[in-house]
Design a binder for this molecule. Structure first.
Ligand SMILES: [Ca+2]
Ligand SMILES: [Ca+2]
Length: 189
């Protein structure tokens, strides 16, 4: 009489790790892996649940319902690329983007940001390794004014990887920055 239980147990054991793997997976937004060099819209972080694809301190999306239900604060703004960016950023928040670096080398990143008063500090990791060091956000005059900052000397290794943008500390603005996109440009001749 024990056999059916054993079969059930064996079946569950086979299925369970797959379910967990799926739940804990961060997947490229709409199945499109971001290419580097290239432009990555800040609002196109990975699909996946909180703690996997993102962490946002605000319980609800404080801005626009641009994509699936999420805690991440998306902002609709006509001055931004793709008409959207992220806003209401707080210390401890992060976003994951599945990317493919096409060529190993040195890059610089152009990032349009907006901040009323001096913004905060964030950094970018690739597969858990800090590749930028602190990126400081200046006062751009208002939350409605995007200014492109350029972060240089970013060394990247070829291959598919997880890019993670981490909000480290808040500035005078009590936030880090509104961010439109991250554009990776090769610095190598
Ligand atoms: Ca937030
Ligand atoms: Ca954008």
């Amino acid at each position: 009489m024990k056999t059916p239980h054993l079969i059930l147990l064996a079946t569950l054991t086979l299925i369970a790790p797959q379910l967990n793997a799926d739940e804990n997976e961060s997947k490229a937004y709409q199945g499109k892996v971001h290419s580097i060099p290239g432009l990555i819209e800040a609002e196109h972080w990975d699909e996946g649940q909180t703690g996997v694809a993102y962490h946002d301190v605000d319980e609800k999306n404080r801005g626009e319902n641009y994509r699936e239900k999420t805690q991440v604060d998306i902002e609709k703004r006509p001055d931004a690329s793709n008409g959207h960016g992220i806003g209401w950023t707080k210390k401890g928040e992060w976003l994951v983007y599945t990317v493919e670096v096409k060529k190993s080398g040195t890059y610089h990143i152009e990032i349009p940001v907006a901040s009323k008063k001096t913004g905060g500090i964030f950094h970018i990791e690739m597969n858990g390794k800090d590749v930028t060091g602190p990126i400081k956000v200046p006062d751009t005059g208002s939350w409605q004014t995007l200014k492109t900052i350029v972060h240089k000397n970013v060394k990247l290794t070829k291959g598919k990887q997880q890019m993670k943008v981490l909000m480290d500390s808040e500035g005078e603005s009590k936030s880090i920055a509104d961010i439109d996109y991250y554009k990776f440009i090769t610095s190598d001749k």
